[in-house]
Design a binder for this molecule. Structure first.
Ligand code: SF4
Length: 309
């Protein structure tokens, strides 16, 4: 089984890019991840997820380097391109999961895990054998192949996918992600199938379920409405929705789209929330005005990546 999983890297079709490269022989596909090791930029408690994920003690985030998307407005460019991060083995990843449990994390939170799916499954199985009891959160862009997500059945408890665009043209333009809306919707359906009804513990912490995030983009209220409408008609109140206004324009470069150099207006964000309420959406998280702060982005300084001396 271990070999079968790792063999997926020999002709990598883990994500919808379907590059077909042999990562075990050092070839690189669109994401840039290669080899059998895993590159991780940070493994520490994180307090800026939704309240039922972060709680008081924090979420045990593990930030993986590289990404299968190329969002023009990416806030994590150092890890997306693999400049930040260090390579570790599957055994070390398993230790990291257990260390997050020892720190008191409410869950293990896999951030941008798609391209490391085989290694993550093996590390989680090992950590669970050694006493990992925390719920596992799969925190993804939503650009996933449902076939691959099936390999995670019984391993992931909480799905935390983005649904970024309903308009395919926007997905191509801003994230170089052809087919994003349809692909992500079918991936989300698989997540909902696996998770079933949401489950919370006595303290209101999610133990099982799906929270779909949608980041509003400046000047694209109509696409946000279309996205929320499509999600609600498919999943109704069986899932939670997180409608985010934290879009921050890049400070180190000028994007060729004027709207993406600004912020989401309060009027647009309020209009989206009103629209969601009118649809009948009940399970939602919203953000206060002014949440577009750099504090959401932790330093990618290898904290927690190597054992403490
Ligand atoms: S995970 Fe990376 S190499 Fe594999 S198909 Fe996706 S982009 Fe290509």
């Amino acid at each position: 089984m271990e070999q079968t999983l790792m063999n997926l890297l020999a002709h990598c079709e883990l994500c919808p890019r379907m590059c077909g490269v042999n990562r075990l022989k050092g070839e690189k596909g669109f994401c840039g991840a290669t080899g059998e090791n895993i590159k991780v930029a940070r493994a520490a408690l994180h307090y800026w997820e939704e309240p039922c994920i972060s709680g008081e003690r924090g979420s045990g985030t593990v930030f993986f380097s590289y990404c299968t998307l190329r969002c023009a407005f990416c806030q994590n460019r150092e890890i997306r391109g693999g400049e930040a991060g260090a390579e570790i083995t599957i055994d070390r990843l398993s230790d990291i999961f257990l260390e997050q449990q020892s720190r008191g994390a409410h869950n293990v939170n896999l951030v941008t895990p798609t391209h490391y799916l085989p290694q993550i499954i093996l590390a989680l199985r090992d950590a669970k054998r050694r006493g990992l009891r925390l719920p596992v959160v799969y925190n993804t862009s939503g650009y996933e192949r449902a076939e691959m997500l099936r390999l995670l059945e019984g391993t992931v408890d909480i799905w935390l996918p983005d649904f970024k665009y309903m308009d395919e043209g926007l997905a191509r333009t801003y994230s170089a992600a052809p087919g994003y809306p349809e692909t992500a919707l079918s991936a989300l359906s698989e997540m909902v199938r696996q998770a079933g009804e949401p489950v919370f513990d006595a303290d209101g912490m999610m133990q099982k379920g799906v929270i779909i995030r949608h980041l509003c983009l400046p000047g694209h209220l109509s696409d946000s409405k279309a996205a929320v409408g499509a999600l609600f008609s498919r999943f109704g109140n069986r899932v939670y929705y997180s409608l985010m206004n934290q879009y921050t324009p890049p400070s180190d470069r000028v994007l060729p789209w004027e709207n993406l150099m600004g912020r989401v207006t309060a009027a647009d964000y309020d209009a989206l929330i009103d629209y969601a309420v009118d649809l009948g959406l009940e399970n939602g998280f919203t953000q206060e005005e002014g949440t577009a702060e750099e504090s959401f982005i932790p330093p990618f300084d290898l904290e927690g990546v190597f054992p403490e001396k």
